[in-house]
Design a protein around this ligand. Structure first.
Ligand code: B12
Length: 168
C-alpha cells in the first residue's frame, strides 16, 4: 500500500495564529490562542498522531504546552517532535516535555514514512535508528539521522494544504 493511501495530513501553522493575535486590537495570551487553534483542529480532524516542528531554541517553551494541549484533547494521540531544536536537544526534550512521546533526529521524511507505514508503531519507534523515546534514552540509544541522497525523490509540496494568502 502506498503512503498516500494510508495517511491524510492537516497542518496547523501557529505562526498564523500568532500573526492574527498581533494584528487584532483585542490583546490575547498566545498560549490560550495556540490551545484554541490546536484543540479545534484535533476535534475537527481527529488525527492519530501529531508532529510538532521546532526550528529554533526559543521554541522550546512551546513544545510541552502544545503537546500537553494535544494530549488533553485526545489522550490516545501519539505526540512526535522534530526539527533543529529536538534533533540537537533530544535528551532535554524527552526529559522536560512529559507529553512528548518520541523525537525524530534529523530529516523527517524517511523516519515519518517508516512510522506511518508500520503495523506496530510503538515497536518501530524503539527499533528505528532515527526515532528516540524515553525507553531508548534510558538504554543510552543514540539516534542517527537518515538522509535522502537523491533529493529529486522528494515529491513536490502540496500547496493545497495551506492558504497561500497567509504567506508572503
Ligand atoms: C531558512 C532559515 C531561516 C529563514 C526562515 C526561518 C523560518 N522561520 O522558517 C530566515 C532567514 C527567516 C531565518 C531567520 C532566523 N534564523 Co534561521 N535558519 C534557516 C536555515 C538556513 C534553514 C532552516 C530550514 O528551513 N531548513 C529546511 C527545513 C525543511 O529543514 P528543517 O526545518 O530542519 O526540517 C527538517 C528536519 O528538521 C525534520 N523536521 C522538522 N520538523 C519536524 C517535525 C517532525 C514531527 C519530524 C518527525 C521531523 C521534523 O524534517 C524536516 C525535513 O527533513 C537554518 C540552518 C539549517 N541549515 O538548518 C537556520 C537556523 C535555523 N536559523 C537560526 C537562527 C538563529 C535564526 C534567527 C534567530 C537569526 C536572528 N538572529 O534573527 C532568525 C529567526 C527568525 C524567526 N523567528 O523565524 C539558527 C538556529 C539556532 C538555534 N539553535 O536556535 C540556524 C540553525 C542557523 C545557525 N546554525 O545558526 N532563518
Amino acid at each position: 500500500m502506498c503512503i498516500r493511501d494510508r495517511v491524510s495530513c492537516y497542518i496547523v501553522d501557529l505562526n498564523i495564529t500568532l500573526k492574527n493575535i498581533v494584528d487584532s486590537v483585542e490583546k490575547q495570551d498566545c498560549f490560550t490562542a495556540f490551545s484554541a487553534s490546536l484543540t479545534a483542529a484535533i476535534h475537527d480532524f481527529e488525527p492519530s498522531m501529531i508532529g510538532i516542528s521546532a526550528l529554533f531554541n526559543i521554541s522550546f517553551q512551546y513544545i510541552e504546552e502544545i503537546a500537553k494541549t494535544a494530549k488533553q484533547a485526545d489522550d490516545r494521540l501519539l505526540i512526535l517532535t522534530g526539527g533543529g531544536l529536538p534533533s540537537a536537544a533530544y535528551q532535554q526534550v524527552l526529559r522536560l516535555c512529559p507529553s512528548v512521546d518520541a523525537v525524530c533526529k534529523g530529516e523527517g521524511e524517511l523516519p515519518l514514512a517508516d512510522l506511518v507505514m508500520a503495523d506496530d508503531r510503538a515497536a518501530l519507534l524503539e527499533s528505528h535508528p532515527s526515532w528516540i523515546t524515553r525507553i531508548g534514552l534510558s538504554s543510552n540509544k543514540k539516534p542517527e539521522p537518515r538522509f535522502i541522497k537523491n533529493l529529486d525523490e522528494i515529491p513536490m509540496l502540496n500547496y493545497e494544504m495551506i492558504d497561500l494568502d497567509n504567506y508572503n
